[in-house]
Design a protein around this ligand. Structure first.
Ligand code: HEM
Length: 515
């Protein structure tokens, strides 16, 4: 059987151009084709390569579980060239390793020597230093302290106006970068935030877009940030004492977190250049900020527009403050925070509605999905922007999937007395409305965002700190340059298909510190 094809005016050309330049509209057309053809698979050509977009729980599960014949490293290899700036021989070290990321080598590659299992050992950096409590807590602690410091510079006596997105782009980004990469990266590169956002705006085009020679300005934006990352790596290698007391510390100023330090070492020990290591930093900067800042912005915009919701979130967040017995200082308990029902529900809604990521695999052999044969070499994708809005998965009476609803993932449960078995009250609980196979802002299967645990803490901390620390009022909508506009902020669809979608405008608020 041949699946329905996505119509195009100029065969092999029009769909590719729209995918590369306006992925949001492209995905709307894919959704429409699913509806009109009553199928869950659509074929098109992406730069001459057959590509299939699949939807529906069963197809998504099949796609994510078919690890041996649908290769998830394909996107990373693309980014190594377009983002990391690695040489072909360096990329080959990854490309030649077909043994997979898991502990056990994939069937047929069992004899791969450990030192050539490059995907697996690279992945172990994340397993060890971005997933274990000790390191996530250290990152979250550092972010908490640095972000609070920046907010404490705001006035307690007078109302001040700020634009939400613009403010977070500085305060959150700087706090997250210092937490992961140390303070030296910012000291050495005072313009790094500005350089990062110049890159962030064009990253999508560089990854999927036209050849580098037709976008020299975009390449220059990448190189500027790459140079800054390289300056940082070189300086860290020169100044860090590997035999000193900080060798195993969770944070020090040169490399920053243990993840950053061990990653630099990993690259050097395997013979990669400092340029490649700097490219890896650049790519991680994108993972670190490209999603968390827009998602937090959307959350604050959404909460601020609704004073009743703002008050409910504030009360919930205030319940997580504890007094640190060691210092006597009042602070948020992050473990309490990440289990709050309303705030978690809002976090999930923001990720559901504003992350538009196309999970991408390449078929290394023929596979069958939904009864259709997908040939070797084809690209297979499934799209968060489609799955996250499926009405039968997410819709609730009065609250269609297309709309934000703060309480979509909250349920009210009975509180039962353990001794008597009697119902003694009710409490709110977080309960995800949809299934995991319909929700994949972090990617899926064996290729998933390794920063997801920290991301959740960072986003929820940033929201909770702001709503508890400030009285906030909406003033007006603005363009991104700060000029006034009538229209509220909407998704900037240039980011679609690749990452969390930034707002196309900003919200000016006035705020005053409450303490
Ligand atoms: C809302 C927040 C975030 C979202 C929605 C997000 C989403 C994603 C997605 C969709 C991928 C690609 C997965 C794939 O290839 O299929 C990814 C990869 C990655 N993310 Fe995140 N991310 C977030 C936050 C973070 C944070 C805070 C970090 C911190 C370091 C991070 C680090 C990374 C890295 C290093 C990769 C590449 C992993 C690899 O080598 O395969 N992300 N992220």
């Amino acid at each position: 059987k041949a699946p329905p094809t996505l119509k195009e005016r100029i065969p092999f050309v029009s769909n590719t151009i729209q995918y590369l330049t306006d992925c949001g509209t492209f995905l709307d057309r894919v959704s429409e084709t699913f509806k009109t053809t009553n199928t869950n698979i659509v074929k098109f050509y992406l730069a001459g390569t057959p590509a299939y977009i699949v939807a529906g729980t069963a197809n998504v599960q099949r796609m994510l579980r078919t690890v041996d014949s649908l290769d998830g490293n394909f996107l990373n290899l693309l980014l190594m060239d377009k983002f990391w700036g690695m040489s072909h021989s360096e990329i080959d070290k990854f490309a030649q390793d077909h043994s997979g990321r898991g502990k056990t080598a994939l069937p047929g590659t069992e004899g791969t020597p450990p030192e050539q299992r490059i995907w697996h050992s690279h992945d172990q950096l994340y397993v060890e230093f971005l997933s274990k409590h000790k390191y996530i807590d250290a990152l979250a602690d550092s972010f908490y302290r640095l972000f609070n410091e920046r907010l404490d510079r705001q006035s307690k006596d007078e109302w001040q106006t700020v634009e939400v997105f613009r403010f977070l782009q500085t305060a959150m980004t700087e706090s997250a970068i210092i937490s992961l990469f140390g303070s030296q990266i910012v000291d050495l590169n005072p313009d790094i935030i500005e350089a990062y956002y110049a890159f962030d705006r064009i990253a999508n085009k560089l990854a999927w877009g036209f050849p580098k020679f037709v976008q020299p300005k975009n390449v220059a934006a990448r190189e500027r940030l790459h140079d800054m990352s390289k300056r940082h790596i070189d300086s860290a290698w020169k100044n860090f004492d590997w035999d000193g007391p900080d060798a195993d510390s969770v944070w020090e100023p040169h490399f920053g977190s243990r993840l950053s330090r061990e990653t630099a070492k990993w690259f050097r020990e395997r013979g990669f250049s400092s340029y490649a290591a700097a490219g890896h930093t650049l790519s991680t900067l994108f993972g670190l900020n490209g999603n968390t800042v827009p998602i937090t912005t959307w959350a604050l915009i959404t909460i601020t527009r609704d004073p009743v919701l703002l008050q409910a979130v504030r009360e919930e967040a205030e319940s997580t403050y504890v007094v640190d017995p060691a210092t006597g200082v009042r602070r948020i308990d992050p473990q309490k925070l990440v289990s709050l029902p309303l705030l978690q529900s809002i976090y999930i809604e923001m990720m559901r509605m504003h992350v538009s990521f196309n999970i991408t695999r390449r078929a290394t052999q023929q596979v069958v999905i939904d009864g259709y044969v997908i040939p070797k070499g084809a690209i297979v994708q499934t799209c968060a922007q489609i799955a996250h809005f499926e009405e039968d998965v997410w819709g609730v009476e009065g609250h269609p999937a297309s709309e934000f609803w703060a309480y979509r993932h909250v349920k009210v449960a009975d509180v039962v007395d353990e001794k008597t078995g009697e119902v003694v009250g009710q409490k709110k609980q977080f309960a995800m409305k949809g299934r995991p196979s319909s929700f994949f802002p972090f990617g899926g299967g064996h290729v998933m965002c390794p920063g997801r645990h920290f991301a959740k803490q960072e986003i929820m901390l940033a929201i909770a700190i702001i709503v508890t620390k400030f009285d906030i009022e909406f003033v007006e909508w603005t363009e991104l340059d700060g000029t006034r506009r009538e229209r509220q902020a909407e998704d900037d669809r240039r980011y679609a298909g690749f990452v969390a979608i930034s707002p196309d405008g900003d919200m000016r608020i006035r705020w005053k510190r409450r303490w």
